[in-house]
Design a binder for this molecule. Structure first.
Ligand SMILES: NC(=O)c1ccc[n+]([C@@H]2O[C@H](COP(=O)([O-])OP(=O)(O)OC[C@H]3O[C@@H](n4cnc5c(N)ncnc54)[C@H](OP(=O)(O)O)[C@@H]3O)[C@@H](O)[C@H]2O)c1
Length: 430
């Protein structure tokens, strides 16, 4: 057997501790698969005394994570600290400069600096691996980059954030409102004390930007991701979605259109019978569409110590075995600057919910606002009547252009009989 692959792990929190445990428990299996042992030689975290659920006695401890990059015998730096800049970025840059391979679970870092880091890794002849950064335990990076290498990908989409999927699933199952379910998710540890990264779609947009880069061979373009979260999704919308045969999911979608590459994260109505609608709770699910293979669906745990460690271990085995694939599937210098498709040009169907005063002429005014923007209505639901009071009305449209839809909504919002800002959710045609 070849000499061991010596690694250093920076960050021993949820993912770092899980990785230590996996490497300890699966040591023999990994050695056989990689053709050599994988040995943790050094570690770094803030608190030296914390229990990490693994034996650290044979490992060198560094208070300063940057020291790891300067240890000559280390082959791989595993960055599990987090954050798009600061220590995580400095460590990864220092490691690449020192010609050490890098494995990271850090989607924020890859979404902000992925292209530049991939170029640095290639220049230095080392690997930059980030399977754990997108959808935790689901091997979507390897699937896209290697398993589907024979295809032209037309669309990749999925549930990329378990916290928001848990909230939407629980709202539907329990009939409770967003704020109440969010508070419960925080108590259960599924949502952070500051949940905005998850519920405002930021985390999903990081992952989508990385996925789009791998799927379409373009530089990571986080700024090009249109992002909307789930704060405005109400129980009423979830109930109406059910009635219409849909589920509401926060999706990340990247697809090639005639206007360029569309990248968007927002709540979507998806038909209940589709595979993505069946991905519930904290699970993630990703669908890719390739010209030769057709549709491929992956589902699994998108976060957590052990699933994420599983992805880190897969990257380590590749490096140990000497398998080198460019970070984004093609050499970083060949990533093509595809134009991004602006959201206002997006074409699709829409669900609109309005709270209106129940009085004659309201529907005619709404229909006129849609007609003026050439938006064609597909269906309308109003339950019961409450003369003189506020009632919900739901409309769905045929395919139309986002900019026209927005103009129609602006006009509708100005009607005296429309009592709350209109709620709009895009309907996807999967
Ligand atoms: N949690 C998940 O399920 C998951 C899934 C996929 C990807 N990720 C990504 O994995 C990365 C780590 O996430 P996590 O959930 O494991 O975070 P975490 O539990 O907060 O752990 C962070 C670790 O980094 C250490 N650390 C912080 N600042 C440091 C510094 N300046 N020098 C050295 N160590 C430092 C902390 O030390 P102490 O423990 O001593 O405080 C802690 O061990 C992030 O990029 C995250 O986005 C996480």
């Amino acid at each position: 057997m070849k000499p061991p692959l010596k690694i250093a792990i920076a960050g021993l929190g949820t993912v770092g501790a899980g990785t230590l445990q996996l490497l300890e428990r699966q040591a023999e299996r990994l050695a056989v698969r990689a053709g050599r042992p994988i040995v943790v030689t050094a570690v770094s975290a803030r608190n030296r005394r914390a229990d990490r659920g693994a034996n650290l006695s044979a490992m060198r401890w560094c208070d300063d994570a940057l020291e790891l990059a300067a240890i000559p015998e280390i082959d791989v730096i595993v960055e599990l600290i987090g954050g798009s800049d600061g220590v995580a970025r400095q460590l990864v840059e220092a490691a690449l400069a020192a010609k050490k391979h890098v494995v990271t679970a850090n989607k924020a870092l890859m979404a902000h600096h992925g292209t530049q880091l991939a170029k640095a890794a290639e220049k230095q002849g080392v690997a930059l691996a980030f399977e754990a950064a997108v959808a935790g335990g689901i091997p979507i990076i390897k699937t896209l980059r290697e398993g589907l290498a024979g295809n032209r990908i037309s669309r990749v989409y999925g549930i990329l954030n378990g916290t928001t999927n848990y909230i939407l699933t629980t709202m539907r199952e329990s009939g409770r409102e967003f704020a109440e379910v969010l508070a419960e998710a925080q108590k259960l540890g599924y949502a952070e004390a500051d949940p905005s990264f998850d519920i405002d779609g930021v985390d999903a947009s990081h992952k989508l930007a990385i996925l789009a880069s791998v799927a379409f061979g373009r530089p990571v373009d986080l700024a090009g991701v249109y992002t909307e979260g789930i704060r405005h999704v109400s129980r009423l919308d979830i109930d109406f979605a059910e009635e219409l045969g849909y589920r509401i999911k926060l999706l990340g979608i990247a697809r090639l259109t005639e206007n360029g590459l569309e990248q968007r994260v927002h709540p979507c109505m998806v038909k209940r019978a589709t595979p993505i609608a069946a991905v519930e709770g904290v699970f993630n699910g990703i669908v890719t569409e390739g010209d030769f293979v057709g549709r491929v669906v992956l589902e699994g745990r998108g976060a957590g110590a052990h699933p994420t460690a599983s992805a880190v271990a897969a990257d380590l085995v590749d490096i140990a075995a000497g398998r080198r694939i460019p970070a984004f599937g093609v050499p970083a210098t060949s990533l093509e600057n595809l134009p991004g498709a602006p959201m206002e040009n997006h074409r699709g169907a829409y669900y609109i919910r309005l709270m209106v005063l129940d009085q004659p002429g309201v529907i005619a005014d709404i229909a006129a606002a849609l007609r003026d923007q050439l938006v064609s209505m597909e269906s309308m639901i109003q339950h019961g009547r409450a003369p003189g009071e506020a009632v919900p009305i739901v409309l769905t449209t045929h395919d139309t252009v986002e900019a026209a839809m927005q103009r129609a909504l602006d006009a509708i919002a100005k009607l005296g009989t429309v009592l709350e800002p209109p709620r709009m959710i895009r309907i996807e045609d999967f």
